[in-house]
Design a protein around this ligand. Structure first.
Ligand code: GTP
Ligand code: MG
Length: 152
């Protein structure tokens, strides 16, 4: 089923010039970019976004990192998009991420893993995160010209 999912190039990706690489991989796969913006995450948004980790020992480091510089927030659409993007970004810990995944090819450290994507095992996380970062009018619904060649 076609769905939307939230993806973010984290501050390390922006600083390391990896935004284009991340966008390119998702585009090449056939996913459709329906929203995107460079933005700063303040403490309040960081706490909301990572609410599930509030009680973890690494929470302060996580909030400090995600608020440390601009991010590139995106919404991508396509068939089974949330699960497909998660498999493309690789394991949370880049040390365990398979080569060929974004983290497996571009990161080494758990606390600097370059990209965020909605968790497909957490039902509704994609739309929840889209709501947190975007207004509906910032998202466009359109067809890619190659859609007939991407989908049967
Ligand atoms: P996100 O896409 O960033 O949400 O990563 P994820 O969904 O693959 O992992 P998860 O939501 O479980 O953790 C969120 C972030 O917290 C990860 O991306 C890591 O940067 C960080 N993190 C997770 N577990 C640990 C940990 O055990 N120690 C430290 N220092 N950081 C962690
Ligand atoms: Mg997560």
């Amino acid at each position: 089923m076609s769905e939307r999912t939230f993806v973010m190039a984290k501050p390390d990706a922006v600083q390391r010039g990896l935004v284009g690489e991340i966008v390119s991989r998702l585009e090449d796969r056939g996913l459709k970019l329906v929203g995107g913006k460079v933005m700063a995450i303040d403490r309040e948004l960081a706490e909301q976004h990572y609410a599930e980790h509030r009680d973890k020992g690494f929470f302060e480091d996580l909030v400090g990192f995600i608020t440390a510089g601009p991010v590139f927030a995106m919404v991508w659409a396509g068939e089974d998009a949330t699960r497909q993007v998660r498999s493309m970004i690789g394991d949370t810990d880049p040390a365990d991420a398979d080569p060929g995944t974004i983290r497996g090819d571009h990161a080494l450290d758990l606390g600097r893993n370059v990209v965020h994507a909605s968790d497909h095992e957490d039902a509704g996380a994609n739309e929840r995160e889209i709501d947190l970062f975007f207004e509906e009018h910032e998202l466009l619904d359109y067809e890619r010209v190659d859609e007939t060649w991407l989908y049967e």
